[in-house]
Design a protein around this ligand. Structure first.
Ligand code: OGA
Ligand code: NI
Length: 375
């Protein structure tokens, strides 16, 4: 079975290698970073009572609330999730320290053209004509080789934090999977790839994405991270204390800010859980906007199945009146589809397209075609 990094490597996303700017020294937004004047800022809602639900994982009703959030938003925040705040702080410190290194040092750990791990532009950059006001560092497998380049003396302490974060988030992701599946009538035992005891343990794979969004001289015309859905089962995001993450609710125009809450984690439904749920959980379209004052850091934990497990609408959700909406795909194959079609990847694996030409027009939910409008 290929590892996740082999799966990613098999589907390189061709990112044109720009010289990374020193964001802090730029006084005026360069043309190459200028998206538009008005990327829908006017329709953005910012009050927390109309944003994604905040769910207390110690609430006996948590699963029911999560099911509702997944159906209506494809996203929610969790508190009382059991992840020590000190670990979130430590991981934030890793990101902060990493992105504060001088450019030439960071470039020693640059993502290679056919690789996935390392420092570089957002993976989705190749699909947009403009550059995003952000830097990223992707970790798949052990970060030790790259961290040794960045911190020749004390890389071990940074690696230890990443390993601990991985173990802790993997457990939380397994628990969240159970809580998200329960409202659909699916148990862990119903999923062959969830492992013998349905623990979602060994078999599942994950990647980590550290993001930095420097303060920006012209935030209304820049884009931190362009609209996308995640190619995961679910994503757990720690966004620290600065806002920037926005989501779109299916069927509702405009962007809604997901306000940072101390210690809370944001959970996104990804494309694979959307498929598994036979469309009842939308994979949430999200983006990141930047601000003039403060640099923002985030850590995304991208959680998926074993790379070669077949993911399809679950048998319990399919019947004579509920035809399967998607064909079966492996994560490995889906990453390839995403690398080719990006936000149209889901429609490309959707069933009942009447013709190849119509493939991307059939039954498309609003958000999977909205990407290119920005920019
Ligand atoms: C991502 C992502 C959001 C953020 O890395 O896929 O959506 O707030 N990040 O950085
Ligand atoms: Ni994302």
């Amino acid at each position: 079975m290929p590892s996740l990094s082999q799966a990613y490597r098999g589907h390189p996303v061709h990112v044109f290698h720009h010289k990374h700017p020193d964001f802090n020294s730029i006084q005026k937004l360069p043309e190459s970073y200028t998206w538009s004047n008005d990327h829908d800022h006017t329709t953005t809602t910012t009050t927390s009572n109309c944003s994604v639900p905040v769910i207390d994982l110690s609430d006996p009703n948590a699963s029911k609330l999560i099911g509702h959030a997944c159906k209506t938003w494809g996203a929610f925040q969790v508190v009382n999730h059991g992840v020590p705040l000190s670990l979130l702080d430590d991981m934030n410190w890793v990101g902060h320290t990493l992105f504060s290194l001088p450019s030439h040092q960071k470039l020693k750990a640059a993502r290679s053209p056919d690789g996935v791990s390392g420092y570089g532009l957002a993976r989705i950059s190749s699909f947009f004509p403009k550059l995003m006001w952000s830097e990223g560092f992707t970790i798949v497998g052990s970060p030790v080789d790259h961290f040794r380049q960045l911190w020749p003396q004390d890389y071990a302490k940074y690696c230890d934090i990443v390993v601990q974060y991985d173990e802790t988030m993997k457990k939380l992701a397994g628990n969240l999977m159970s809580l998200m599946l329960e409202p659909l009538g699916i148990t862990k035992e119903d999923l062959k790839w969830a492992g013998k005891k349905g623990q979602f343990k060994k078999a599942n794979c994950a990647a980590m994405q550290l993001n930095s969004y420097p303060s920006c001289p012209d935030p209304d015309r820049a884009m931190g991270l362009a609209p996308h859905t995640d190619s995961t089962l679910l994503t757990i995001l720690h966004q620290n204390d600065i806002s920037g993450l926005q989501v779109q609710q299916e069927g509702t125009p405009g962007w809604v800010t997901v306000p940072p809450l101390p210690g809370a984690l944001v959970v996104n439904v990804g494309d694979l859980l959307h498929i598994l749920s036979n469309g009842s959980y939308p994979s949430v379209l999200h983006r990141v906007v930047v601000n003039r004052i403060r640099q923002r850091f985030s850590v995304a934990y991208l959680y998926g199945p074993p790379p070669n497990a077949e993911i399809c609408p679950h048998a319990k959700l399919v019947g004579p009146t509920q035809p399967p909406l998607y064909r079966s795909v492996t994560w490995n194959e889906y990453l390839g589809t995403k690398a080719k079609y990006f936000n149209k990847a889901l429609s490309s694996v959707r069933l009942r397209a009447s013709s190849i030409n119509g493939l991307f027009d059939v039954n498309e939910t609003h958000h999977h075609k909205s990407t290119v409008q920005v920019g």
